[in-house]
Design a protein around this ligand. Sequence first.
Ligand code: FMN
Length: 253
Amino acid sequence: MNNLKDKQEYISSLMKQPSSAWRDFHNKSLISVFSKGKKRKWNIDYKSYGRFEEVKLPHKSTLMNTSLKQSLLRRSSVRIKKRSLDLSLNEIGTLLYYSAGLNPAHHNRRFYPSAGARYPLEIYLIPLRTELSNKFTYHYYVPHNTLEKMFRYKKEDVYNLFSYSQKWIKNVGCVLVITTMFERSILKYGERGYRYMLIEAGHLGQNIYLVSSALQMNCCAIGAYKDKKLNDILHINEQHELSLYVLALSKTK
Ligand SMILES: Cc1cc2nc3c(=O)[nH]c(=O)nc-3n(C[C@H](O)[C@H](O)[C@H](O)COP(=O)(O)O)c2cc1C
């Protein structure tokens, strides 16, 4: 489906069908009545690879010496044409902490909202040009503000996740992957939990855009990638976890 006319026809056929997959899902996730269930105490789960080396991340609010207004004005999706400078641990740590870390001013909740404080999302980092070893993938361990050094990966496999038009990905500093441990939400909210996860990925994604903007870094969201291949690179068990969203980060002079 390469030309615009085919795409337009495909979209209008979707809109006409009363039961395309997205509408079926939307209808299955409607709320029509509220049940008065017992109030349950839900534990917050943190995914951890206990046996792996942890890289401590600094986080320096002074690196973000800019107003919210300036961050908003600077925000845009940047597909860089030249190679990124190496991203430092200070930059990576500050970005991850203020996007996804624990907020001490708010009972150790996060810098983004989550339905029922279930926090189903996880973040992985694939370093291409950073102070970290660029041979391994990393998982962000929220309570310690650390990166857990996970598995070896091949750069070519990462480049092949994206279409030909995304060749610029070879230039970036790192790729962040937002995944969902979906049971955390589904257990509480059923089908509607899936809606919430996508919404939360948007909240977290916007934090990443705005914090990276404040750090004078460049960010670009990427929705078009090969899901299964990405899950393989990260050794994700799809029975419990799925990738949702990719963001490419870089820094230029
Ligand atoms: C859910 C989502 C998926 C996106 N997927 C891609 C993508 O696959 N490739 C890409 O180059 N940009 C992608 N983008 C970036 C959009 O193209 C970009 O946000 C849009 O053109 C508006 O530009 P701005 O972000 O600079 O304001 C995506 C953005 C969102 C929100």
